[in-house]
Write a protein that binds this ligand. Structure first.
Ligand code: IPM
Ligand code: MG
Length: 361
């Protein structure tokens, strides 16, 4: 088994660097304790890269990413760069990395820790026990479809266009990821579309059904759900879901909604896979309003490190131990501000990171 890994760390903007510090410290500690080696490389992306190089993603960062075993990403963007043209906004770096690394599948596990069941804005009995996985298509659909852009019309008004496109192979490969993931879980896939209105997702439904039948996934239950209904079902009865597979934009929206079942978007990790190199990042953004104040929740980043260990580094045992350590710290009543509850012990970003580290000693 390989025991020496090259990890590219792209902390990004806002709270990115502070949550990442907790993630990488934990990873170094785990490497020592479980006897593998991590060689860290660092790079600038997003706003930090715009400030230094006038573009959100440089070729050299992209090259480092391609030459690494996995990429750990913090968060990107902030008001400082909001007035820039779309083509050079910080968020472009994220889209560029996804596309260039061929990361067509985004896994967003939504697991409600029992200790946090009452931190959700929904009732405990609705959310407790929720354990679902959003499989979001990540390199296609309306995010990348051509034509796109805003053009001026002769009468002086403007016209904005984006295009939702899915081809058979794109749908087949993401459906395959969802069915395989379901096999390791509770063997149910809910494919989410808007097949009653959008032709591109009518094709989505047809192809997912075909993959299910033709590729021998009879042991996995498949159901189809319209996206508006899914948005409702997620807060009505989230426990009905095991694996949700959906398009790029629907996955973006539904995963933020699903995040709130866990109490805070600060708890949600993600894995982007499908290419040679996987990329791991917290689902939350750069939260410029709380950056640098030591109040951010580092758990989404720490849980992303666990996903990286499991999916890219083949270190499932370490990943399990990290997830257990997080659960123990929560069970002991420690909370960052975003998941604070009466009677719990409020800690900052650094303290939360240190508490998880202590459990891994
Ligand atoms: C996400 C984010 C990104 C997306 C943005 C920052 C481009 O919201 O990863 O969910 O829309 O994919
Ligand atoms: Mg999003």
């Amino acid at each position: 088994m390989k025991t020496n890994y090259k990890i590219l760390v792209l902390s990004g903007d806002g709270i990115g660097p502070e949550v990442m510090r907790e993630g990488t410290q934990l990873l170094s500690l785990a490497a020592e304790r479980y006897e593998f080696r991590i060689e860290f490389q660092e790079g600038l992306v997003g706003g930090a890269s715009i400030d230094a190089y006038r573009k959100p993603l440089t070729d050299s960062v992209l090259e480092s990413a391609k030459g690494s075993d996995a990429v750990l990403l913090g968060a990107m963007g902030g008001p400082k760069w909001d007035s820039l043209d779309y083509s050079i906004r910080p968020e472009r770096a994220l889209l560029g990395l996804r596309q260039e690394l061929g990361l067509f599948a985004n896994l967003r596990p939504v697991k409600v820790f029992s200790a946090l069941a009452s931190a959700s804005t929904l009732r405990r009995e609705v959310v407790e026990g929720t354990d679902l996985l959003v499989v979001r298509e990540l390199t296609g659909g309306i995010y990348f479809g051509q034509p796109k852009g805003v053009t001026k019309l002769p009468d002086g008004t403007e016209r904005g266009v984006n295009t939702e496109i899915y081809t058979t192979p794109e749908i087949e490969r993401i459906a395959g990821v969802a069915f395989e993931a379901a096999r390791k879980r509770r063997r149910k896939v809910t494919s989410v579309d808007k097949a009653n209105v959008l032709e591109a997702t009518e094709l989505w439904r047809k192809v997912v059904t075909r993959v299910h039948q033709a590729k021998g996934y009879g042991d996995v239950q498949l159901e189809h759900m319209l996206v508006d209904n899914c948005a409702m079902q997620l807060i009505r009865n989230p426990k009905q879901f095991d694996v949700i597979v959906t398009t790029n934009m629907f996955g973006d929206i539904l995963s933020d909604e699903a995040a709130m079942l866990t109490g805070s978007i600060g708890m949600l990790p993600s894995a982007s896979i499908g290419g040679k190199v996987g990329m791991y990042e917290p689902v939350h953004g750069s939260a410029p309003d709380i950056a640098g104040q030591n109040v951010a929740n580092p758990l989404a980043t720490i849980l992303s490190v666990a996903l990286m260990l499991r999916h890219s580094l083949d270190q499932a045992k370490v990943a399990d131990d990290i997830e257990r350590a997080v659960e123990e710290v929560l069970n002991e009543g420690y909370r960052t501000a975003d998941i604070q509850e009466p009677g719990c012990r409020l800690v900052g970003c650094k303290e939360m990171g240190r508490l998880v580290q202590e459990k891994m000693q």
